[in-house]
Each structure stands twice: as C-alpha cells, then as structure tokens.
Ligand binder design. Structure first.
Ligand SMILES: *[C@@H]1O[C@H](CO)[C@@H](O)[C@H](O)[C@H]1NC(C)=O
Ligand SMILES: *[C@@H]1O[C@H](CO)[C@@H](O)[C@H](O)[C@H]1NC(C)=O
Ligand SMILES: *[C@@H]1O[C@H](CO)[C@@H](O)[C@H](O)[C@H]1NC(C)=O
Length: 309
C-alpha cells in the first residue's frame, strides 16, 4: 500500500516519468511460507489440518480434547486447515464450537473463534487458510452462520469461487488468492448444498471427499467415504482423516489417543495413508491431512514432502 502511494505521488510529481515506470502491481512473492507455492493452484497443494481445532486441553484428563495447543499455536506450527464442529448451545441459544455436545466440551461462540483467527490472519497477510466446519444442528446459513463471519470481521477475507462446484484443477493459485485479498476458503458438510444464499459457504462434499472417520485400524485403509454432486471422484480434492482412535474399554465410545499420536503423526504413517488413497485421485496427493494433536509427531514434515518442498 505504502509503495503504491509512493509510486502514485511520484507519477503525479513527474508526469514524464510515467512511461518509464513499470506497472505497479503488488504480487505476493512468498505464499504459505514458500515462494514455490505462489504459482501452484490451491487444488494442487497439500495442507496440514487440525481436527477439532477448538477442542484443546490436557489430554488426559480432558478426554474431549483432540488437540493439546490452541488454534494460534496450531497456525504457528504450520496448520492451514482448521476443522471444527458446531452446535447450538442450549443455554444461550448461540452457535458454539463444541465437541460432540456443549456439555462435554464448549469452546465458546463461533464468532469468538473467528475473531481469534481473523486476528492471526491480519498479522499474517501471505497465508491462505481453509476451514471445514460441520453443521449437525442445521443452523441457518444466512441467519446464524453469516452473522458470525460478519461480526468477527473475517467476512472480508472469504473467497467465493466463480462456479460451484469447482473442479480440483480449476482453483486459482495461492498467489492469486493472496493478491485478491480473498484468502480464506470455507467448506461446510451440511446446508450449503441446498442453500446458496451465503456464497462463500461452500458445499464440502461436492468438491472435497473424505476418507472414513472414527478409524480404529492403524493401517488406515483408504476408501471414498463421503462424496456428493456432479463432479467425478478425480475432479474432487480430498482429505485424509488421519486420526487413530481407541474404543474405550470396548464400550463403543471412540476417543482419540494422544499416546499414539507420535506414531500416527509420523511421516511414515501419513505417507502410507496418502499412498493408499492416490489410486482414487489420478495419483495425486491428498489436499488435506487432518490430524489430532498436531503438536506431536511430524505432520508438517510429511506435508512438505507431499508438496515436494
Ligand atoms: C509464476 O508464473 C508466472 C507466469 O505464469 C511467471 O512469470 C513467474 O515468474 C512465476 N513465478 C514464480 C515464483 O515461479
Ligand atoms: C500436485 O501435482 C503434482 C504433479 O502432478 C502431483 O505430484 C501432486 O501429488 C499434486 N498434489 C496435490 C495435492 O494435488
Ligand atoms: C474424522 O474422524 C473423527 C473421528 O475419528 C470424526 O469425529 C470427524 O468428524 C472426522 N473428521 C471430519 C472432518 O469429518
């Protein structure tokens, strides 16, 4: 901005100089930490993801926490996909991020969460971030979700693609997203497929498929679990849900296991899971690697390797 103003005042001061000056254009030269990523399509990049990003705490004793560190720490570790589960809190009637139920783990309101993330983004202008939010209570997109985006200020950064669904190969580059100022992409599991009245809330499964969740098999067999819409499987992006769970005392209660996180989040385990999925994606790596306890193991190292960095 400053440079632009300077250049403009220069051209005013010396009209004859105008022809000699190259077009002044602000172009991102580092994108998500790497110059190499600026020219790569968003659809051709692997991003590190935090499952239940809002549900952090000591684990144990907090069995409902899937992360050990807060969202800002996750972002500072290199996480660029934040996943979160919403629920209407019965007490205040507001939309909160809660794990399974607001009785079990309540982060606070979605607007409070988005305000924190918006603060980080304003300090980190060359970063593209993705959200995958779940909407199990079917909260209204225009009446409940949109006000949280507006109230937090993050609405100004939200990207709306020219068509929905967009093919994996049609997405802009990270550089284009950053230069446009619209560098936050939001996928939602339910609601956006039928209600397109909030254009930046995108129907997840029409563009991103997922591997099964609640995996209790450490070998992470790959299959296309949730997918929708007219695009072929190969034209979708995809996310590997790479969290290993234990069946608590054979009760059928599935919880994530921090003891196992260093193994699950190792380069070997992540690369094996990715390799098992590439058959469904014309040999492409996953777009999102969703982990529990992102501060443990080698998630970023695996993602950098998948990106060829
Ligand atoms: C990105 O691509 C453009 C043309 O498509 C090229 O001029 C530019 O040098 C490339 N930048 C990088 C960092 O590779
Ligand atoms: C990006 O494209 C390269 C080259 O085709 C491929 O090896 C890589 O797996 C792709 N990554 C993603 C996430 O699509
Ligand atoms: C990934 O798996 C967990 C359970 O292991 C599940 O709760 C979660 O919803 C899955 N992630 C997504 C994005 O669906």
């Amino acid at each position: 901005m400053y440079f632009l103003r300077l250049a403009l005042s220069l051209t005013c001061a010396a009209g004859s100089l105008v022809a000699a000056l190259p077009a002044v254009q602000k172009r991102a030269s580092v994108c998500n930490g790497h110059a190499e990523l600026c020219n790569r399509s968003y659809g051709n990049i692997t991003f590190l993801g935090a499952h239940d990003s809002f549900a952090y705490g000591d684990n144990p004793p907090d069995l409902a926490a899937d992360q050990e560190v807060d969202m800002v720490s996750q972002l500072n570790l290199g996480v660029r996909l934040l996943q979160a589960q919403s629920h209407i809190n019965d007490i205040d009637g507001q939309l909160h991020f809660c794990h399974t139920s607001c009785f079990l783990y309540d982060y606070g309101t979605v607007q409070e969460y988005l305000t924190v993330i918006n603060g980080w983004l304003s300090q980190n202008p060359n970063e593209v971030l993705t959200f995958i939010f779940t909407n199990p209570d079917g909260a209204s997109l225009p009446d409940v979700w949109a006000p949280a985006f507006e109230g937090s200020g993050i609405v100004d950064l939200m990207y709306t693609p020219p068509t929905v669904p967009m093919k994996q190969s049609d997405w802009p580059t990270l550089g284009q997203l950053i230069d446009s100022g619209k560098r936050v992409i939001l996928f939602m599991d339910a609601g956006a497929d039928t209600d397109r009245s909030v254009p930046y809330i995108l129907p997840e499964f029409e563009m991103v498929w997922e591997t099964p969740f609640s995996v209790t098999d450490a070998s992470f067999p790959c299959s296309v679990d949730r997918i929708a819409g007219p695009l072929t499987t190969e034209d979708h992006m995809y996310m590997i849900n790479h969290s290993f769970n234990i069946n608590l005392f054979d009760t059928g209660i599935i919880i994530s296991d921090p003891e196992d996180a260093p193994t699950t989040n190792s380069v070997t385990s992540i690369m094996d899971n990715a390799a098992g999925c590439e058959q469904f994606a014309a040999g492409r790596a996953p777009n999102f690697v969703l982990l529990d306890f992102v501060d443990l193991g080698q998630g970023l190292q695996a993602v950098n390797q998948l990106n060829g960095l």
